[in-house]
Design a protein around this ligand. Structure first.
Ligand code: HEM
Length: 168
């Protein structure tokens, strides 16, 4: 079943690329474009792109969890290993525990951003883009989105050390 393992790693990397790339596009292209001026219907645009990307992002998370679990299985890792101090202190054990911890943080931040702050910010912008409420919610959504993007870079770095060892 080596092909299944290779297929799983392929899907895992594609899901990571889609999610990280999509976030990069939002942060580096869409948000600066919206901020550059009085864009007509900015609220509607944000709502529609945000809702679409939310579906893409959460589908990527599901794919990452499923394929990540398959990858771990093929690398010989079993659930009981996470309770063995000896395994947790290996370089692989350390890297995967850290990676999964940052991933859980990402899931929490994404849930707050995608289902609470983001929709509230969009509603406020649609009601009155110049209100202090929409500026405040926009700031929160932007900070959460940026911290999430940074956490994504950390997870990819941890994924690299998982396979190739720590740099020092
Ligand atoms: C935001 C979430 C995630 C991102 C961005 C991500 C990214 C990556 C990347 C880029 C690789 C390839 C590393 C390399 O070959 O250098 C990788 C490998 C791996 N990931 Fe993830 N990952 C995520 C979540 C997960 C989760 C949730 C699990 C476990 C349940 C997991 C388990 C693994 C394993 C075991 C490998 C090694 C695959 C192999 O056998 O070569 N990852 N990950």
């Amino acid at each position: 079943m080596h092909w299944l393992y290779l297929f799983s790693v392929w899907v895992h990397i594609l899901a990571a690329m889609t999610w990280v790339g999509g976030m990069g596009f939002l942060v580096l292209v869409v948000v600066p474009w919206l901020r550059a001026g009085n864009r007509a219907e900015a609220g509607k645009f944000l709502r529609e792109t945000g809702e679409r990307f939310r579906m893409v992002g959460w589908s990527c998370f599901v794919a990452l969890i499923v394929t990540g679990t398959v990858n771990l299985y093929y690398r010989g890792v079993r659930p009981a290993d996470f309770a063995r101090t000896e395994w947790l202190h290996t370089q692989f054990g350390r890297a995967i525990t850290l990676k999964l911890s940052v991933f859980v943080l990402i899931l929490l931040m994404s849930a707050v951003h995608d289902f609470v702050i983001g929709p509230r910010a969009v509603r406020a912008i649609e009601a009155d883009p110049t209100s202090s409420e929409s500026a405040r919610l926009r700031r929160y959504a932007s900070v959460l989105g940026r911290v999430n993007a940074l956490a994504a870079l950390v997870v990819v770095a941890l994924a690299v050390t998982l396979i190739r060892g720590w740099p020092l």
